[in-house]
Design a protein around this ligand. Sequence first.
Ligand SMILES: Cc1ncc(COP(=O)(O)O)c(C=O)c1O
Length: 446
Amino acid sequence: MAYQNFNMDHQWLPFTPNRSFAKDPRVFVAADGMMFTTHDGKQVIDGISSLWCVAAGHNRKPINEAIKKQLDTLDYATAFQASNDQAFVAAEMIAAMAPGDLNKVLFCNSGSEAADTSLKVALAYHRARGEGHRNVFIGRERGYHGVGFGGMSVGGIPANRKVYGTALLPRVDHMRFIHDPVNHAYIHGQEPVWTEDLLAELENRILPLHDPSNIAAIIIEPISGSAGWYLPPQGYVKRLREICDKHGILLIFDEVITGFGRLGCNFGADFYGVVPDMLNFAKCVTNGVIPLGGVICSDRIYDTMMGAHSNAPEHAIEFFHGYTYSGHPVACAAAIATLELLKQDKLFERAGQMGKVLGDAMHSGLKGLPNVIGIRTLGLAGAVELAPIAGTPGKRAFDIFMTCYHHGVLVRPAGENLVVCPPYIVEKEHIDRIVNVLADAIVQHA
Ligand SMILES: Cc1ncc(COP(=O)(O)O)c(C=O)c1O
């Protein structure tokens, strides 16, 4: 199909430079396995699981069939005051995969909605316990929690925040970023070991400033994904849990990227051996086919919210929150089929194995190239960081992304990084091709 067949005047593209896109469009018209077909008939490798979503590769028949069957059975049903069978089955499967007492799934449709939902649960939970004054949230510099006002406020990516001023939530603070470009520029499948205590700032400055008794929740991505795959120091996540426990603060893991196998296990929580109070998910759960997100809450949170209503009339709603499409039956049918497929094909284990292949390829193929100042790989993902061009932040990474695309490889520019996070079905030949094309593009733009 030639793209002249459609009019490009009416779609305002998200997180995309629209003016340059119009001059050099990138339009996919079909996908299968690891490959896209473009509007002008080219093949492009999906080196980023289409924004970290397509774990099992494109066009998986069991998922497609489950969706078709669900459409012919129950297309949609109201989510309020009633529900559907698929939502219960999907919730049970997801709760069974989650660690500890994370057993109650509040569905939504995206990572942004999951972020805002989790922040609202935190406030409602503390109020239910008689601590409604706990309303301070703490995020982290360069954290990404989507584009709702809550997620933006606890998020720490400056470009996403800078034009929203006082519309951002008040009473939000941010922990410092987790990167040390001098001592830990290159990370190859291991947790960086810092001599400095990165959480001393939280304990000694941020908590005393707000008073810990006022803090509702701390939210982190176990690994900073959207910023460019930045990894926390060894012991950081565990110590954060201890600090939260000491002060009665809820810990929220935003696992929209680390959830469902990217690190070779179910969740980042499993990888770090830490159980949060809430775990947000969205990507991969339906293999990207249909939007679905959610927050897995602990039994303690749920029981507290229900307990607070023990004297309320039976018809009283305990949590005034939800989306028209919470637990949509077609999305949940897709999730059930996806989770079955991931399990049946042992794709989480495969992500772990292929992560080593990717890590080896990125470190051996990219280290030492012009302007490369860091490479971080862990699980089935990696980022190569480049020295910025003075005065035009992000341009080098964008130009490299474009050149890779024109050579049939989709990678993701994130600040000064190029990120690679392929579907778990990736083969060594794809990885070699992705890294070779990336290497050539880095040299070309030196
Ligand atoms: C950690 C994290 N949280 C939230 C989001 C937002 O998800 P969505 O784009 O589905 O709203 C993302 C998206 O990349 C993410 O990586």
